[in-house]
Design a protein around this ligand. Structure first.
Ligand SMILES: [Zn+2]
Length: 478
C-alpha cells in the first residue's frame, strides 16, 4: 500500500492562486501531491492517514535561496575548515540539529551559495530529515578578491580552487594554477560538473581593514554571463554597494545577493539620490532577482543589542552548550572586531540604525513600490556573527522585509514561487499543486494576515514525511 496522507478541510494558500484562496483537501502519495479536492465534504481516500486542517492554513514549504551551511554562527570562518577550536562536541551538536532548525521555521528547500566544505553538505544531505538542498558549487572568486582575501595568502588558493585567474596578479598566484584552468568558462564548467544549479560570483572592494581588494571588470563578467547561460545556471552576484549593483545589473546578472546598504560617496544623503534610483529602476524593470538580506546588518547589530540573546526562540534552534557559549565573554569575541576604540553600545546601535540599516530599508521599500523580483534569502550566517541563526534568521528577515515595506503577499511569493522560478526548481516546489513534491507547511494563522503566521507552524512535511514542530526543536537532553 502506498504511503498516503489526506490533509482535509484546510485553507490552501498557494502563491500562483492568491486571488482565489479557498478550502480544500490535499492528497499526498509517495512523497508527492497527487490531488487537490475543492468540493466540500470530499471523502478521505481509502488507506490514507487523515490530518484535519480545519481552521488552519496549508502553504508550500518555504525556500531560503541564500545560506552557507558549513559556516558556524559565532565562530571564525577558518573553523569551518580546520580544527574545531577545542569545541568539537559543541560543533557536532550544532551540525546535528542544523537541518531540523531550518525545518522548525518551515524551510524545506535551501540553496547554499558557495561550497567550501563538500563534507558538511554531504552530511546535511545524509541526515534523517532535512530540507532539500541545492548549491552553486565552488564560487567564482576573482583572484585574491573577496572572500578568498579572508584566508591567509598561503591557504586561499587551496580553499577557493575555482578562482578566476587575473594575469595582472600572476606574481601572487602559485605556479601550479595555470591561467587556462581558471578562466570564467572553465570555472563555470566546473560548477556544472559538480551538480550546481547556480554560479556565485562577487563584486566587493572590501570593508574594515581590507578596502582595496581586486575586483573583476565588465569583460570577465560578460564571459561568466555567457558561460552560465550556456550551461543553464543562474548567475548570482554578491553586491551590496551602489557601484556593485550598478555593475551587476549592467552585466545582466540574474540575482543580486544582497540589499544595497553601501551607498559609497552618497552615504550621507537622507533620501535615495537620483543616480541610485536610476539603478533601482533598472533592477525592477529587468526583473533582476533581489535578495535584501537585511539580517546581515542586524546580525552585526546583535552584539550591541542586549535583547538579542534574550529572544525566546533561540534555545529551540541552538543546542544548549552553544547557546551558553554565545552568552560567555569568550563567545562574544567578534564584538571586539566590530567596535572601534570603546564606542558605547548605544552609539554602535545608532550607527547601524542610521547608516546601513536605514539605507537598505529605503532601497528595499523603493523596490517594493516597483514590485521588483524579490527572492527570499537570508545569508545565514553571513559572517562570524551569532546574530544569524538557522531557521530563526529567516523569520527575523521576514519581519525586516515587512518593516522595509514589502507586503505580506510580496514576502510570501519571494519565499515560495519567486525563488522556485528563479532557480528553475518550480516543476518540483514552490506551490501547492498536483505533481509537486509534498513539501508543505501547516500553519495556525494565514501568512497573508500577519508575519507571525510563520511562527505558528503545526506540521512540516518533507517529501510527504510529516514532522510536528515540537519534534524539530532542540531536544532538552541535547
Ligand atoms: Zn552569502
Amino acid at each position: 500500500m502506498a504511503a498516503r496522507t489526506w490533509i482535509a478541510d484546510v485553507t490552501i494558500v498557494s502563491p500562483e492562486n492568491l486571488d482565489h484562496i479557498g478550502k480544500g483537501s490535499v492528497l499526498i502519495e509517495n512523497g508527492r501531491i497527487v490531488r487537490i479536492e475543492r468540493s466540500a465534504g470530499a471523502k478521505k481516500p481509502v488507506g490514507a492517514t487523515l490530518v484535519s486542517g480545519k481552521g488552519q492554513f496549508l502553504i508550500p514549504g518555504l525556500i531560503d535561496s541564500h545560506v552557507h551551511l558549513a559556516s558556524i554562527p559565532g565562530m571564525r570562518f577558518e573553523v569551518s575548515f580546520g580544527p574545531a577550536e577545542g569545541k568539537p562536541a559543541m560543533i557536532q551538536e550544532y551540525f546535528e540539529q542544523l537541518p531540523r532548525s531550518y525545518l522548525y521555521y518551515g524551510y524545506t528547500t535551501l540553496v547554499d551559495l558557495a561550497v567550501v566544505d563538500h563534507q558538511a553538505l554531504e552530511n546535511f544531505r545524509q541526515s534523517p530529515l532535512h530540507p532539500d538542498l541545492y548549491d552553486c558549487g565552488e564560487s567564482l572568486v576573482f583572484a585574491n578578491g573577496y572572500p578568498m582575501s579572508l584566508a591567509p595568502p598561503t591557504e586561499r588558493f587551496k580553499l577557493f580552487p575555482n578562482f578566476i585567474y587575473d594575469p595582472k596578479q600572476a606574481s601572487s598566484i602559485p605556479a601550479e594554477y595555470k591561467p587556462e584552468g581558471h578562466t570564467p568558462a572553465a570555472d563555470v564548467a566546473s560548477v556544472k560538473r559538480s551538480g550546481g544549479i547556480c554560479v556565485k560570483t562577487y563584486f566587493e572592494r572590501g570593508f574594515e581593514q581590507d578596502k582595496n581588494l581586486p575586483v573583476m571588470g565588465p569583460r570577465v563578467l560578460a564571459e561568466i554571463r555567457k558561460a552560465a547561460a550556456e550551461d543553464g545556471l543562474v548567475l548570482m552576484m554578491h553586491a551590496n554597494s551602489f557601484e556593485a549593483q550598478k555593475f551587476g545589473v549592467e552585466g545582466d546578472v540574474d540575482v543580486l545577493a544582497h540589499g544595497m546598504w553601501n551607498w559609497g560617496d552618497l552615504a550621507k544623503h537622507s533620501e535615495i539620490p537620483d543616480e541610485i534610483k536610476t539603478v533601482l529602476d533598472q533592477i525592477a524593470k529587468k526583473k533582476t532577482g533581489y535578495q535584501p538580506t537585511i539580517q546581515v546588518m542586524q546580525g552585526l547589530r546583535a552584539y550591541f543589542d542586549p535583547d538579542y540573546l534574550r529572544i525566546k526562540a533561540i534555545p529551540n534552534v541552538i543546542p544548549a552548550r552553544m547557546f551558553e557559549w554565545f552568552n560567555s565573554s569568550e563567545g562574544k569575541w567578534f564584538k571586539k572586531e566590530l567596535v572601534e576604540d570603546d564606542t558605547p553600545d548605544a552609539a554602535m546601535l545608532e550607527m547601524y540604525d542610521e547608516g546601513p540599516l536605514r539605507r537598505v530599508r529605503q532601497v528595499v521599500g523603493y523596490l517594493a513600490g516597483k514590485d521588483a523580483n524579490f527572492l527570499f534569502g537570508t545569508d545565514t550566517p553571513s559572517s562570524p556573527t551569532y546574530g544569524n541563526l538557522p531557521g530563526l534568521n529567516g523569520y527575523l528577515e521576514m519581519q525586516q522585509l515587512q518593516r522595509a515595506g514589502l507586503s505580506l503577499q510580496q514576502i510570501f511569493r519571494a519565499a515560495t514561487l519567486n525563488n522556485a522560478r528563479e532557480f528553475k526548481i518550480n516543476s518540483q516546489v514552490g506551490t501547492v499543486e498536483p505533481g509537486k513534491t509534498a513539501n508543505l507547511v501547516l500553519l495556525e494563522k494565514s501568512p497573508l494576515q500577519s508575519v507571525d503566521a510563520y511562527d505558528s507552524i503545526v506540521t512540516v512535511w518533507v517529501h510527504g514525511r510529516p514532522a510536528s514542530r515540537n519534534s524539530l526543536a532542540v531536544s532538552p537532553n541535547q
